[in-house]
Design a protein around this ligand. Structure first.
Ligand code: HEC
Length: 433
């Protein structure tokens, strides 16, 4: 039920905003006749809010959400429901005679609104990162393989997109400078090049973003200024050569503050390097190209500049198709077979899968016996077994033999909490959720 949490929440929020709005509108003589609707509306919102709490609870059990933002989100959500329920009771009592003061109800409804905004904000941070309302939608997902992350496309251009291009694009080229992409940046502006490879302090762009904010030359002159970490990222990129293709493997961040900033804001881990980042995959052949074209709903190239393929198996898969995919078994690096009901026998039709690093089998029926057979896939680093009937025995068998594992998700399996903490203690090298 966890996955419907956002939908349920939006229902509750809509009603819990609509009810106070109606409350104030019914102060108008023309709408006075609707006044008895406010209480039931707020009550319905609070009721759905309680259901939303429950779905949120399920979502939290997946183990994906934890930490301070999560704790505050949960606390605020509880407060919304409690305040909403109290306001509802007062509203219902007041339907026929004024038992509770109107003033008190107004305050409760205001608090209700403020709490909803705060809850939504924290919830947004959980799913979209810090400051969800100003984050531009970066197209990070494809290249999200840790380490191989391209610094310019992934980290630098998004900063320009958010804070500079309003005044620096082809149609509005202030100072003769366009910052829409790497090439235009390198063309420079009316003063010439703005980036000197390897020379942070000689680079005009760096100078302009680090001037005193009161200087008329400071960039950006209006709008959001660059923060400390963004300036340091730009410095890191210039210092390491200002190359378009530079990535975090060749030029790892060394400043720990920057490492955690990048981890937090962009969700990129600097430390662990996946097998498929170290190699670029098998040759890209016409056969691979053709299979991808034939089954676009199943197969995708992980990123334009790699030869690795991801495979999404849904519950409509057939044995014939899986056998066809076995022709490109060495190219497959990620498989998402969540909710597909795939069996071990069918999975085996995909062939040896020597480069499979990421496997999601959530919401399937894999037991100890099936899971222990995964030792035959030598490269699995990330394994999601959420909501499978596997127990401690199968997990331990796997962990004993699978040295490649880096992250393992065993929420909602038959592994009990006590057993889980034992496993976490005994296998410190693997992140177990
Ligand atoms: C509100 C508009 C505005 C924003 C936003 C803005 N700039 Fe500018 N920028 C200008 C104007 C106007 C000039 C030309 C006048 C000058 O040089 O100060 C300029 C000039 C520059 C120059 C000098 C170009 C040259 O060759 O002389 C650089 C470098 C620069 N901006 C970088 C940036 C960066 C980096 C950002 C984002 C962090 C940014 N600007 C955001 C308006 C803006």
């Amino acid at each position: 039920m966890g996955e419907i949490h956002p939908i349920v929440v939006h229902f509750a929020v809509t009603l819990l905003f609509a009810a106070p709005l109606l409350f104030w509108l019914t102060k108008l003589p023309a709408l006075y006749f609707l006044k008895d609707l406010v209480g039931p509306l707020n009550g319905l919102g609070s009721g759905i809010g309680i259901f939303a709490l429950w779905t949120g609870w399920q979502l939290a059990n997946t183990g994906f959400y934890a930490g301070e933002d999560f704790e505050s989100h949960r606390f605020l959500a509880f407060s919304v429901v409690i305040i909403g329920s109290i306001a509802t009771i007062f509203l219902l009592f007041n339907r026929h005679q004024n038992i509770f003061s109107d003033y008190l109800i107004k305050v409760l409804l205001l608090v209700q609104g403020v709490l909803i905004v705060a809850t939504g904000n924290k919830g947004g941070m959980l799913t979209h990162g810090d400051k969800p309302w100003i984050k531009t939608p970066h197209s990070l997902s494809l290249n999200k393989m840790e380490g191989s992350f391209t610094i310019y496309d992934g980290l630098i251009q998004p900063i320009f997109d958010l804070k500079c291009i309003a005044c620096h694009q082809e149609t509005n080229k202030n100072g003769g400078l366009s910052l829409v992409n790497f090439e235009s940046l390198m063309e420079g502006g009316s003063s010439g090049p703005v980036i000197q490879s390897g020379e942070v302090n000689q680079s005009l762009l760096f100078e302009r973003i680090t001037l005193s904010k009161s200087s008329t030359k400071y960039m950006p002159p209006t709008g959001w200024p660059l923060n400390y970490d963004e300036i340091n990222l730009i410095a890191h990129w210039i210092a390491t050569g200002a190359k378009k293709e530079a990535n975090l493997i060749d030029h790892p961040l060394t400043d720990m503050r920057l490492v955690s900033y990048v981890e937090e804001v962009y969700g990129i881990k600097n430390g662990f390097q996946s097998k498929i980042e170290k190699q670029n995959g098998t040759m890209w052949t016409e056969e691979i190209e053709n299979i991808l074209k034939k089954y676009p709903q199943y197969l995708q190239r992980i990123a334009v500049n790699t030869n690795w393929v991801s495979l999404k198996i849904d519950s409509f898969y057939s044995a014939d198709i899986l056998e066809e995919f076995s022709n490109i078994t060495t190219s497959i690096a990620w498989i998402d077979a969540g909710k597909s009901n795939i069996t071990l026998e069918d999975f085996a039709l995909l062939g040896a899968l020597p480069n499979l690093v990421r496997l999601s089998l959530d919401f399937n029926k894999w037991d100890n016996q099936a899971v222990s057979q995964l030792v035959n896939y030598p490269s699995i680093e990330f394994l999601n077994l959420y909501a499978n009937p596997v127990g401690e025995e199968g997990i331990i068998q796997l962990l004993n033999e699978k040295i490649s594992l880096n992250k393992l998700i065993i929420g909602a399996t038959q592994v009990e909490e006590g057993e889980k903490s034992g496993i976490i203690k005994n296998y410190p090298g693997v992140e177990i959720l």
